[in-house]
Design a protein around this ligand. Structure first.
Ligand code: DP6
Length: 328
């Protein structure tokens, strides 16, 4: 195996307590701590080949060459690794994903977590999980949460050195299921990075941040004690608070479609009838419906009956980012 090549796989994650806003955009130091679950059924698998003879980096995603801002973002991140490893030349990055990118499914989290692991390993850097998570954070904030496995907390930290994610429970801790109701698979018009920069323009952001430690505590406790009712209440509150900030930013952001709202109402009504389900929504129109394994079929049937639901992806909790045998 060539030491200049490595392949890694990482899962996306769904935030139960959301990251929205940075206190330092360059270092991607978040305005608040966040908590998430890796999605084991979904993955991005990335191979990196460093080559001293290349003058530019290249990126292939699902067989198609990528250029423009997406490649520039990857290249800027690879610059950090080049500096850390003392490398010259370019990298070939070949990536595959088994879920639709850009649809609010935290595709950048899986992509940059896999890239961080593959690119550093291929460059000869042997980083531990903390160093990997810190580095992935620089590429995409939520990517730092796709480095550890299972249920993960990203500590807000005081600076670059202590703002990273750790696993607070393994995937086997709780058989939760995330049913992702796709109401639109189109690429979102305003990406998360732009959205984070707008967060502080909302008069609600300060209140959201002031209350974040309380929500994190409640969520962590609900998770560790497998208390679904408590989890549902705090997860929905946190999602609604983030979207309230988005909608009251200047300019305002509203990611919801009519079907998004229909699902929110249906989930709330089902829970009032006794079904263990709750919703959470990232920076897109699709809705993540969480439930215990025992409710999977009922929750699926609920979503199938709602107009505008085009597809339902399903996932159980997933493991950490990991190296794979080389593929190229
Ligand atoms: C709404 O991690 O995608 O999904 O750091 O700019 O890449 P960048 O942002 P990103 O933001 C995720 C925002 C969110 C909430 C969350 O996953 O916590």
């Amino acid at each position: 195996m060539s030491p200049d090549t490595a392949t890694a796989l990482a899962h996306p994650n769904i935030a139960f307590i959301k990251y929205w806003g940075n206190r330092d955009a360059t270092l991607r130091l978040p305005a608040n701590g966040s908590l998430s679950m890796n999605l084991g059924r979904l993955y991005t698998r990335t191979t990196v080949i460093w080559d001293e003879n290349l003058t530019e980096d290249s990126l292939t995603l699902n067989g198609a060459a990528v250029s423009g801002p997406a490649l520039q973002r990857v290249s800027a991140f690879l610059d950090l690794i080049r500096a850390q490893a003392g490398r010259r030349g370019g990298a070939r990055v070949v990536s595959e994903t088994n879920f639709p990118p850009g649809a609010g499914l935290a595709s950048s989290a899986a992509a940059f977590a896999a890239l961080t692991l593959a690119a550093t390993h291929a460059a000869g850097l042997e980083l531990d999980a903390v160093a990997l998570s810190r580095l992935a954070r620089r590429a995409s904030g939520s990517a730092c949460r796709s480095i550890p496995g299972g249920f993960v907390e990203w500590q807000v930290g005081t600076g670059d050195a202590d703002s990273y994610a750790i696993s607070i429970a393994p995937p086997q801790h709780w058989a939760l299921v995330d049913l992702i109701a796709i109401v639109s698979a189109e690429h979102k018009s305003v990406g998360s990075s732009e959205g984070h920069a707008l967060a502080s323009s909302s008069p609600f952001q300060a209140a959201r941040l002031a209350d974040a430690p309380r929500r994190l505590d409640l969520c962590r406790r609900a998770l560790l004690t497998r208390d679904f009712e408590a989890l549902a209440a705090i997860v929905e509150l946190d999602s609604d608070m983030m979207h309230a900030v988005m909608m009251t930013s200047t300019p305002p952001l509203c990611y919801w479609q009519p079907a998004t709202i229909a699902i929110m109402h249906a989930v709330r009504a089902a829970r009032a009838r006794g079904m263990a389900v709750c919703y959470t929504i990232d920076a897109g129109p699709n809705v993540h419906v969480l439930c215990p394994e025992a409710e999977r079929q009922a929750a699926r049937a609920l979503l199938t009956g709602i107009a505008g639901v085009q597809q339902i992806l399903e996932s159980e909790p997933g493991g950490p980012a990991r190296l794979l045998p080389n593929r190229l």
